[in-house]
Ligand binder design. Structure first.
Ligand SMILES: Cc1cc2nc3c(=O)[nH]c(=O)nc-3n(C[C@H](O)[C@H](O)[C@H](O)COP(=O)(O)OP(=O)(O)OC[C@H]3O[C@@H](n4cnc5c(N)ncnc54)[C@H](O)[C@@H]3O)c2cc1C
Length: 552
C-alpha cells in the first residue's frame, strides 16, 4: 500500500490514461493511474486476436504531443498490427517514465463523490481506498466485450475465446474445426488468419458489413522520412479535419448523385486502390445525408464482393442490403472476401439458420449441428458506456451514473455529466470519440481537461461541474446533428443496438473533429459557460449550430 491521496485519479492506462498522466505531471499535479490489466496498452493489450491491427494509418494513429517521439518511432507498415501498437505504447510508458504512477492489476469497482471533502473516493478490487480531488475516466469506448446470451454456451466441451480478451500465449488453430461467431471488424480481421491454420472454419453471420480493402503494405524509408518532415502540418490538419485524419483520399467536391456514373466508377476505383477508411469515409458531400447517394457507394462495394467471391450464393449473403453504407463503422480487411473461396470455410447465414443453442460438441443453427473444437466470439463491445457502467459511480446525493444514464448517456461536451463534479470522461458519449481517429480525439480531450485544471490551479478548493441546462442543450444538439443523417438508420453499436435492452440513443458527436474542437476552444475562451464553479456559472452558451460548416 502506497500513498492514498492524490490530486487526480485516472482510471485506465490505454492511449487516454497514458497521455493524461503525462499531462498531469506537466501541470505539477499528483496522479495515480489505476489499471485492470498487468501492463499498459488498453485496447492493444486486450485484443491480441490473430489479424488485429488498426484501421487508421499508423502515422496518424499515434500520439502527436511529443515531436521527439514522433521522430524516433518507426512504423513498419501502413496499418500496424496489434503487437507493434502495443510495443509503441510500452515504449511511450518507458520513455516518459509513466509506470511509476500506474497501479496495475487493479480494477476500480466504485467511485463516490464526497460532498464534505469535495473530492472522490475510489475503491478497488484490491481492497484499496484512494481519494482525489478529481477523477478522470479513460476506461475506453470499446473495452467491455459482449458475451452473447446463447443458450448452452457454458456447456461447450471445447475452448471458447473472446476476441477482446485474447490469451497472451496465442491460440494454435492447426488441425482444429473452428466456429467464428460475429462478422464485425474483429471477425473480419481474424477469419482470414484463422482460416489459413485451421482444418475448417464455420463463420456465423447475422449482418454482413461493408468492407473496404486496407491495401496494407510495408512503409518505405523514404515515405517515413517525408512524413517526418511534414509531421507538424499533418497533425494540425488532422486536428481540424472531420475525422481526425489528414492522409485520407480527398473528399470529392461533387455530390455522388451529381456525378455521372462512369466518373463515379473511376473515382471509386481510385478510392478502392487507395484503400482504408480514408478512401471511403466522407467520400462525397451527400453520402452522409442522402440514402440514395449512399446507395451509389453501396452498389459499388457489393459489385466488388461479387467480383471476389466465386460462389454467387455466398457472395449475395456477404452483400449488405439492410442499412446505408457508412451508418455502421466501415470495416477494413486484408483478404476477407477471398477467404470464402477456400474449401475449408463455410458461411452460415443466421437469418436463415438462427443459432438454436450450443451443445458440448458445437453450435446448433437451424437444426444442424456444426461440430467444432473451438468457438471464437467476435461479438463486439458494449460501446462507449459499457466500461463506465461496470463501475458503481455515484455523484451528488449518491446518484448512480447508471441511473442517470438509464435512458441513454447525457453529458456536456462529452466531458462532464451534471451532478458528477470534478469528474471527466475522455472520449465520452457526446464527443466525436469512436467516429474519429481516436488518438486525435483523446489528445484533444486531455489537452482541454489539462487547460481547465491549469485554470483551477490557484483555487485548489474549487468544484467544477457541468450545469444541467448545458447538458440538456448539448445532448439535444448531439441528437439534432445526427438526426438528419443516415447514421440513424442502422442497428449499430453507435446507437447501442448490439446490446439487448440498451436504450437506442446516438452516442458520438458527428459534427466533426474540427468543429467539435472549435466548440470546446470557444467554451474555454469564453470562461467555460455551462460549467459551474462552486455552484455558479454562465448559462448563456455559444450557439453550437453556428460552428457547423454550412451545407455547400
Ligand atoms: C480491435 C480494435 C481495433 C481498433 N482500431 C482502431 C483504429 O484503428 N483507430 C481508432 O481510432 N480506434 C481504434 N479502436 C478504438 C480504440 O479503442 C481506441 O483507438 C483507443 O485505443 C482507446 O484508448 P483508451 O485509452 O481511450 O481506451 P482503452 O484502450 O480501451 O483503454 C482503457 C483501459 O481502461 C482499463 N479499465 C477499464 N475499466 C477499468 C476499471 N474499472 N478499473 C481499472 N481499469 C479499467 C482497461 O483495462 C483498459 O486498459 C480499435 C478498437 C479495437 C477494439
Amino acid at each position: 500500500m502506497g500513498k492514498s491521496n492524490f490530486d487526480v485519479i485516472v482510471v485506465g492506462a490505454g492511449f487516454a490514461g497514458l497521455y493524461m498522466l503525462y499531462k498531469l505531471r506537466e501541470l505539477g499535479l499528483s496522479a495515480c493511474v489505476l489499471e485492470k490489466a498487468d501492463d499498459v496498452g488498453g485496447t492493444w493489450y486486450w485484443n491480441r486476436y490473430p489479424g488485429a491491427r488498426c484501421d487508421i494509418e499508423s502515422v496518424e494513429y499515434s500520439y502527436s504531443f511529443s515531436p521527439e517521439l514522433e521522430q524516433e518511432w518507426e512504423w513498419s507498415e501502413r496499418y500496424a498490427s496489434q503487437p507493434e501498437i502495443l510495443r509503441y505504447l510500452q515504449h511511450v510508458a518507458n520513455r516518459f517514465d509513466l509506470r511509476r504512477d500506474i497501479r496495475f492489476n487493479t480494477t476500480v469497482t466504485r467511485a463516490r463523490w464526497q460532498e464534505k471533502e469535495a473530492g472522490w473516493q475510489v475503491d478497488t478490487d484490491q481492497g484499496d481506498t484512494l481519494t482525489a480531488r478529481f477523477c478522470i475516466f479513460g476506461t475506453g469506448c470499446l473495452s467491455s466485450p459482449n458475451r452473447p446470451n446463447i443458450p448452452g454456451l457454458d456447456n461447450f466441451g471445447g475452448d471458447i475465446f473472446v476476441t477482446g480478451l485474447w490469451p497472451h500465449d496465442g491460440v494454435d488453430f492447426t488441425g482444429k474445426r473452428v466456429a467464428v461467431i460475429g462478422t464485425g471488424s474483429s471477425g473480419i480481421q481474424s477469419i482470414p488468419v484463422i482460416a489459413r491454420q485451421a482444418q475448417h472454419v464455420a463463420v456465423f453471420q447475422r449482418t454482413p458489413n461493408f468492407v473496404v480493402p486496407a491495401q496494407n503494405r510495408p512503409l518505405e524509408d523514404h515515405e517515413q522520412a517525408e512524413i517526418k518532415l511534414t509531421y507538424r502540418d499533418l497533425r494540425e490538419q488532422a486536428r481540424h479535419s472531420i475525422g481526425g485524419v489528414a492522409r485520407g483520399a480527398a473528399p470529392s467536391p461533387r455530390p455522388a448523385l451529381a456525378t455521372p456514373p462512369e466518373d463515379l466508377r473511376r473515382e471509386l476505383d481510385e478510392r478502392w486502390e487507395f484503400g482504408g477508411l480514408g478512401g471511403f469515409l466522407n467520400s462525397h458531400p451527400d453520402t452522409v445525408f442522402d440514402e440514395k447517394a449512399a446507395d451509389c457507394i453501396a452498389a459499388y462495394l457489393r459489385m466488388r464482393v461479387r467480383g471476389i467471391v466465386q460462389d454467387p450464393a455466398t457472395a449475395e449473403l456477404l452483400c449488405p442490403t439492410t442499412y446505408p453504407v457508412g451508418s455502421k463503422r466501415l470495416c477494413v480487411d486484408i483478404g476477407y472476401f477471398e477467404t470464402f473461396n477456400r474449401d475449408n470455410v463455410t458461411l452460415v447465414d443466421l437469418h436463415a439458420y438462427p443459432i438454436d443453442r450450443i451443445t458440448e460438441k458445437g453450435v446448433v443453427a437451424g437444426g444442424d449441428l456444426h461440430d467444432v473444437d473451438i468457438i471464437v466470439l467476435a461479438t463486439g463491445f458494449d460501446a462507449m458506456t459499457g466500461a463506465l457502467g461496470r463501475i458503481d459511480i455515484r455523484g451528488r446525493d449518491d446518484q448512480a451514473l447508471a441511473d442517470k444514464w438509464s435512458a441513454g448517456p447525457r453529458t456536456y461536451l462529452g466531458l462532464m455529466a451534471a451532478g458528477f463534479p470534478n469528474m471527466f470522461t475522455i472520449t465520452g458519449p457526446g464527443s466525436p470519440s469512436v467516429i474519429s481517429n481516436m488518438v486525435t480525439s483523446i489528445e484533444q480531450h486531455v489537452d482541454w481537461i489539462g487547460g481547465l485544471l491549469a485554470d483551477l490551479h490557484d483555487a485548489p478548493q474549487t468544484v467544477i461541474e457541468a450545469m444541467p441546462e448545458a447538458e440538456e442543450v448539448w445532448t439535444a444538439h448531439v441528437t439534432a446533428v445526427a438526426e438528419p443523417t443516415i447514421f440513424m438508420q442502422a442497428n449499430s453499436w453507435y446507437l447501442g443496438a448490439n446490446v439487448p435492452g440498451k436504450p437506442r440513443v446516438f452516442m458520438p458527436y458527428i459534427g466533426g473533429v474540427g468543429t467539435y474542437r472549435a466548440i470546446c476552444e470557444a467554451v474555454a475562451a469564453q470562461g467555460y459557460p455551462g460549467f459551474a464553479r462552486d455552484g455558479k456559472g454562465k448559462a448563456a452558451l455559444p450557439d453550437f449550430f453556428s460552428f457547423l460548416p454550412m451545407p455547400a
